[in-house]
Write a protein that binds this ligand. Structure first.
Ligand code: ADP
Ligand code: MG
Length: 566
């Protein structure tokens, strides 16, 4: 089934779907719509954000509503005001041709009186945040003891945001015979517990891989010193003139701090965090939606429920501790079939975290270099020139001004003229990036510059049975060494990663310790083998025969003179 007409939805809904331009159901919709339409079973729907869960439950829900009965028949709970409004708007779109159906949103941070007024008029579906919903239930305004469907949307986030008690109180006052639908991107213990306590033998429906990153998202990371994070962020923004994205920070203060700096430095950026009043939040969101802001600096909680579908970038100003958080963040780009980039600014000890994320997302993370001043200037200049070239010239309107302008610029030839125009726009950039330092922490270079360069460190060449086939590259190899040896500044020389194995040079002072450190190390289910290679690195190039020094085990001299540095 890959068309909506086969889901069992009625004509009013099919017309609405057509009007919205949805061509075919998403995988979760395909599974869940017939299930909700044809049964009263409780359902747990697991799918990452952006997979169309709202229509998945919203469409069949509307079909099951008895319009003639003005009592509340369905309660939808979700974590934030934004999401609440979003779901309500979506449901209204779906019900566009379903005459007489009413949906009401109730959420905190807004005057309660109008919400009470509309509830008194009667509604078929109520969409609410837990706090406000409970308040209205306690006031006796919202009656949920007769609902036939209860929906928990983004259940994991509701728990993350501390709504556990409110949820318990609400769920306890719902009737037994109802159908419960729970949606979540992840299934942590708290959500399991809710399902076990309040649902009857729920059917679990998931689409795609539950916790993995979406297909069309590329993951990039940069390695910088912690003190250079902000400069790195600026360069990332500068090299992407059309950037439109969210920068995630850990704390409110960090969010404010970075937004303030960016604004001062002339970027179209602003912060979204919990300290803002509702009207301030709305104002920031409005500017972000209409793209007056290119960068929204936000905490995870504040960014919940933001549904902006064409973000080009997600930037992790810090890597989150919880991989689930990374998935949530990255899932905000690459939506609706578009491609997106999720960038992480990391420091040199986070190689292991990156590897863990690679496993969870099933994607390879690309290590990128922070662009240098020259590269950025080139890119921006080209962008400027490109825009100038494409600018439409309205001959008629400017005609009358031109003679005096030509006259004034008479003394400049073509080349000089172009230089003046470019400088006018560009001096700020050129000044800023003149003598800009390299921000990349290249672990190789660092260890070389600290220890190796210019002195006569002796190196031993080592064979290791991991190559590019096992995902090795120089920085991963160094991370692996650091991890095994529990030491960071061991001088490492040349590294030669081949397909099935690699060679690298290590300061001869450490070669025995290295061999010991790798005794019993397992990497991706394989025992790691490291051995001292005689004869140095260069001789191994392209010579596959030397690839099995293992056979000669035990015959090596501990040191090799071959690894002399250039
Ligand atoms: P989720 O709740 O799973 O995170 P949403 O329900 O918010 O995802 O849907 C994400 C986006 O996909 C929305 O902009 C929605 O309009 C769009 N969408 C939903 N279903 C379809 C479909 N069948 N075809 C095309 N777009 C869809
Ligand atoms: Mg959703």
């Amino acid at each position: 089934m890959n068309i909506f007409t086969e889901t069992g939805l009625n004509n009013d809904l099919l017309r609405a779907i057509d009007k919205l331009g949805f061509e075919k159901p998403t995988p979760i919709q395909e599974k869940i719509i017939p299930n909700i339409l044809n049964s009263n079973d409780d359902i747990i729907g697991l799918a990452q954000t952006g997979t169309g869960k709202t229509a998945g439950f919203g469409l069949p829900l509307i079909q099951k509503i008895n319009i003639d009965n003005r009592a509340v028949q369905s309660l939808i709970l979700c974590p934030t005001r934004e999401l609440c409004m979003q779901i309500t708007a979506d449901l209204k779109d779906f019900a566009h041709f379903s005459k007489g159906l009413s949906v009401i949103a109730v959420y905190g941070g807004a005057n309660i009186s109008p919400q009470i007024q509309s509830l008194k008029k009667g509604a078929h579906i109520v969409v609410g945040t837990p706090g406000r919903t409970l308040d209205l239930i306690r006031r006796g305004i919202l009656k949920i003891n007769n609902i036939s469907t209860l929906i928990l949307d983004e259940a994991d986030e509701m728990l993350n945001m501390g709504f556990k008690e409110d949820l318990d109180s609400i769920l306890e006052s719902t009737p037994r015979g109802k159908q419960s639908l729970l949606f979540s991107a992840t299934m942590p213990a708290g959500v399991r517990r809710i399902a076990e306590t309040y649902m009857n033998n729920p059917v679990e429906i998931s689409a795609g891989k539950k916790n993995t990153g979406a297909e069309n998202i590329s993951h990039h990371y940069y390695v910088v010193r912690a003190s250079n994070r902000y400069l790195a962020l600026k360069r990332i923004a500068d090299i992407n003139p059309g950037i439109y994205g969210i920068v995630f920070c850990r704390t409110r203060n960090e969010t404010k701090d970075i937004a303030e700096k960016l604004i001062q430095d002339g970027y179209n950026a602003d912060a979204l965090h919990g300290e803002l009043s509702q009207s301030q939040r709305d104002y920031v969101m409005q500017r972000f939606r209409n793209k007056s802001l290119q960068l929204l600096i936000a905490t995870d909680v504040a960014a919940r429920g933001i549904d902006v579908s064409d973000l080009s970038h997600i930037i992790n100003y810090n890597l989150p501790d919880d991989p689930e958080v990374y998935l949530h963040r990255s899932g905000r780009t690459g939506r609706a079939g578009k491609s997106g980039i999720c960038i992480s600014i990391t420091h040199s000890r986070e190689g292991r975290k990156v590897r863990e994320l690679e496993k969870i997302t099933g994607k390879q993370f690309q290590k990128k270099m922070i662009p240098g001043g020259r590269e950025i200037c080139e890119k921006r200049l080209f962008n400027l020139i490109d825009r100038m070239e494409k600018t439409e010239v309205d001959e008629e309107k400017i005609e009358s001004f031109m003679p005096s302008i030509y006259k004034k610029l008479e003394w400049l030839n073509r080349e000089e003229l172009i230089k003046h125009f470019v400088s006018l726009e560009f001096n700020r950039f050129l000044d800023y990036y003149r003598n800009a330092p390299d921000l990349n922490v290249n672990q190789e270079n660092e260890s070389v510059s600290k220890k190796g360069r210019g002195n006569n460190t002796k190196y031993t060449t080592i064979y290791i049975n991991l190559g590019s086939k096992s995902g090795m590259n120089p920085s991963r190899l160094i991370a692996l060494l650091n991890e095994a040896m529990r030491k960071r500044d061991i001088p490492i020389g040349k590294i030669d990663v081949q397909r099935n194995f690699s060679f690298f040079e290590i300061s001869s002072d450490y070669d025995q310790k290295l061999i010991q450190a790798f005794d019993n190390v397992i990497y991706e289910d394989r025992p790691v083998i490291v051995e001292i290679k005689k004869g140095g690195l260069n001789k191994t190039k392209g010579n596959k025969k030397t690839s099995s020094p293992r056979r000669k085990k035990g015959n090596y001299k501990p040191k090799s003179k071959a690894g002399k540095r250039r």
